[in-house]
Design a protein around this ligand. Structure first.
Ligand code: AAL
Length: 428
């Protein structure tokens, strides 16, 4: 008799405690929806989002890696250094170097690849592409090849020669090979690059991506394939061009971020938009499968990505509403803005020691090579490559790079004067 009484007591107790929990949950839920008391925002910066009503801006402040930009690991200033070792023919426009890869270190030597055009005359512009010849380039990257240079310190470089030559017509790339990027995979070196079969600008900036490989960073480079990044189907955002191929090893596979421009037509380019897609493969020579959520980035221009913590971070410039930002995606697909940046390195190739190590703990970047496309005076337009330094690294902490002010001399602003609004709105 006594034992039955105990069991009932236990069941009753159990029932009451479950009831109790359910009630508490209900209370919490109700409380959760109760408008919390408004409180004054504290003078001392909260380390995490306060639990009282906040303005949209104050809410967002706690969506960043740190509420203060100076403490934000994914915010940095960028400082620039002119490189030694490259000649530009007194800036007369006949020599250009642009769209550099990331430098890689082999032994104690840094290797760098880039677009080099050395033509008799400067480019005539893509609006005049129909007048381009075998000697007269349309754009700055027309009639170009992929060259390479080495350095011991990343400041002084020695140009070594051509890595990827333009093949004989009609092979893909006979008109121009440019905008390279490097991958190191299973002890071999791979160069991805754009391959033009017509002067850029004729019908657009249309080109597929080719790939070559070598046992050594000094070559010889063996042709590995053409159009390795599949174009989209007719009407899709990337059916016209695949640019700026950018491989990173992630999740044991090759993640290639690439750029494409859409919403533009030969007779109407002014409403163009730029996106970045992701194509994934288990072998550098492909096949590549494009991510179903492409474009994974809807701002930016050239591609710059690097492993960060368990995910991928990106430096985004020029185009789109989220231009001039650093973004991060733990899955390498769904990027969010982590900071707003200024004086952004264009077509940046950051030195990224863990780009090809399949890291689950990306350490970030501190320097790299970028380009300026508006070097040289009118008629001598060409690009130069330069070094940038920054602190987007978990292992480096230089407060100088974390200051929030970027002060240009008034002359810099006045140089962007109203007079150029129609002729050169972007101040090129
Ligand atoms: C660059 C890159 C690609 C384009 C052209 C040369 O900024 O996006 O390489 O084709 O411009």
């Amino acid at each position: 008799m006594k034992s039955i009484f105990n069991i009932e007591k236990i069941i009753l107790l159990l029932f009451l405690s479950v009831l109790g929990i359910a009630c508490q949950k209900e209370i919490d839920k109700k409380e959760a929806h109760q408008p919390k008391e408004h409180q004054a925002f504290p003078y001392k910066m909260p380390t995490e989002k306060p639990n009282f009503p906040l303005s949209a801006s104050a809410e967002r402040m706690f969506d960043y890696p740190a509420p203060r930009v100076q403490d934000n690991e994914l915010f940095s200033q960028f400082k620039y250094t002119r490189l030694k070792g490259f000649d530009y023919n007194n800036g007369d426009g006949t020599i250009t170097r642009r769209d550099p890869t990331r430098p890689i270190k082999v032994g104690d030597t840094y290797y760098l690849w880039y677009t080099k055009r050395h033509t008799k005359v400067p480019p005539i512009g893509w609006n005049n592409a129909a007048k381009a010849t075998d000697e007269i380039p349309s754009t700055d990257w027309d009639l170009a090849e992929v060259w390479y240079a080495t350095s011991k310190d990343g400041f002084t470089w020695e140009e070594k020669g051509v890595a990827i030559k333009r093949p004989e017509k009609p092979k893909s790339g006979w008109r121009s090979v440019c905008t390279p990027e490097i991958l190191v995979w299973k002890g071999k070196y791979y160069l991805y690059y754009q391959a033009f079969d017509e002067p850029s600008g004729l019908k657009g900036d249309l080109c597929p991506v080719s790939i070559s490989y070598a046992e050594s960073p000094e070559g010889p480079w063996i042709h590995g394939g053409d159009a390795v990044i599949p174009f989209g189907k007719e009407g899709e955002w990337d059916h016209k061009a695949t640019h700026d191929p950018y491989p990173i090893v992630h999740n044991g596979k090759i993640y290639v971020y690439y750029k494409s421009a859409y919403n533009k037509w030969p007779d109407n380019r002014k409403n163009y938009a730029v996106g970045h897609g992701l194509a994934i493969a288990e072998d550098p020579l492909g096949p590549y499968t494009k991510h179903p959520l492409n474009p994974v980035m809807t701002s930016g221009h050239e591609t710059t990505y690097f492993p960060y913590k368990e995910g991928i971070a990106a430096i985004i410039y020029k185009d789109g509403n989220e231009r001039e930002t650093v973004q991060y995606a733990p899955d390498g697909v769904n990027f969010k803005v982590m900071s707003k940046i200024s004086l952004v390195p264009i077509a940046a190739g950051p030195y990224t020691p863990d780009a090809f190590t399949n890291t689950k703990d990306g350490r970030g970047i501190t320097w790299g090579i970028s380009h300026f496309i508006n070097a040289g005076k009118n008629g001598g337009r060409h690009s130069i490559i330069a070094r940038f330094d920054c602190d987007l690294s978990l292992d480096y902490n230089e407060p100088g790079f974390k200051q929030s002010g970027v002060w240009h001399k008034p002359a810099v602003y006045f140089a962007q004067g109203l007079g150029k609004l129609r002729s050169h709105p972007e101040g090129r």
